[in-house]
Design a protein around this ligand. Structure first.
Ligand code: NAP
Length: 335
């Protein structure tokens, strides 16, 4: 109501008053310390959202290539993972390339982390990191596998209604751990994502048929060279959008979708078969039309002859030389 507005205005003018201190304390108590490992295209994109939701960030990458973005987010850089782990992040988030995930994971000094740490990944394939986590992480660590089904290009302005897939692979049973994972998921829920809880197994099945095929078509069309024309149809515009959507992603990412999802090869083969079969349908139709034009009259005569012979056969079946007639019709069948 209007009273509330008046009070807020006073708050803004006196930043050190009790209420604003309370607010700061509240934010601190609900905020997570999130270590982002792999500060590339996608890692930065996610880090911006974590900062918007008042979480504290720590950053590691092979090199400090984006200091401006980090400074904007108030996120210190750690070249050495030992130093980062000693600061005891609540969440360690892997946003490395699919291909490098195993070696990065093995390089993390787990013993320097809190005994209860939540590991999260955002890889575009899911069974692969799930299995790596289960294999390498200490038993006490929690595991959340996620796939935000959007990127810096497709979700430039808002995350509203965009699917966020997650699988609580291993979350310890105490309240703190349950709250921690919910706080993390809340970032995506509050941004308006459509939260989809799903097993990593099912994710990979669906994603090979949808995401991998989408990336493949985007890359095929890019290589083919689609260009805007003065008479773009709506359909053509969607093709141009598709190319825009996929061309920003690294080849490492695309290759990862192929190599680390066991369903992708089959989908690639199905795509190739579908293309081949459409081609055959076109050519088949074309050949039928040509043949009619070239041999049309001859074929019509043949057909008349065939009908004549068949009726002759019927007549002879009632009488004498059946064998001869059936041989004739067999020969015709084969022609
Ligand atoms: P990417 O090419 O898949 O990954 C780039 C990141 O991986 C960079 O931080 C890079 O480190 C790191 N990296 C690459 N090779 C490495 C190596 N040998 N050792 C250590 N680190 C290495 O591009 P991305 O788009 O940023 O994707 C990151 C992850 O998010 C991927 O797993 C991807 O599947 C997933 N994802 C991406 C999107 C998207 O729209 N882009 C959407 C959903 C999920 P440096 O920073 O040191 O170069």
């Amino acid at each position: 109501g209007p009273l509330r507005h008046v009070i807020r205005a006073i708050d803004a003018a006196q930043p050190f008053d009790y209420e604003s201190q309370l607010h700061t304390q509240y934010v601190k108590s609900t905020s997570l310390k999130i270590a982002v490992i792999g500060f590339g295209n996608f890692g930065q994109f996610l880090a911006k959202a974590f900062a918007r939701h008042h979480h504290t960030l720590l950053v590691h990458s092979r090199s400090d290539h984006s200091p401006a973005v980090r400074q904007q987010l108030n996120a210190p850089f750690f070249a050495d993972l030992n130093d980062l782990c000693e600061l005891h992040p609540d969440v360690v988030l892997l946003s490395t390339s699919i291909l490098s995930t195993q070696s990065v994971l093995k390089s993390i000094p787990f013993q320097r982390l809190k005994r209860s740490t939540l590991f999260v990944d955002v890889l575009s394939v899911k069974e692969f990191p799930r299995n790596l986590f289960l294999k390498y992480l200490p038993q006490d660590f929690d595991i959340l596998c996620t796939h935000p089904m959007f990127g810096p290009e497709s979700a430039k302005s808002s995350w509203e209604n965009l699917p966020f897939m997650y699988d609580k692979v291993r979350i310890g049973n105490d309240e703190e751990r349950i709250k921690r994972v919910d706080k993390f998921l809340d970032v995506f829920a509050k941004e308006g994502c459509r939260m989809v809880e799903m097993s990593c197994f099912d994710h990979d099945k669906y994603a090979a048929g949808s995401q991998f095929v989408t990336h493949t078509m985007g890359r095929v069309l890019e290589r083919f060279g689609v260009e805007s024309s003065p008479i773009n149809t709506k359909g053509y515009e969607t093709l141009l959008d598709l190319v825009d959507n996929t061309k920003g992603d690294s080849f490492d990412l695309y290759y990862g979708l192929f190599m680390y999802n066991k369903n992708s090869l089959e989908q690639l083969q199905r795509l190739e078969m579908a293309f081949e079969s459409i081609k055959q349908q076109l050519f088949g139709q074309m050949f039928r039309v040509y043949r009619k034009e070239l041999f049309g009259s001859a074929e019509e005569e043949e057909e008349e002859e065939r009908v004549r012979l068949l009726s002759a056969t019927k007549e002879t079946q009632n009488g004498a030389p059946v064998e001869q007639a059936s041989v004739d019709s067999e020969r015709l069948e084969g022609s």
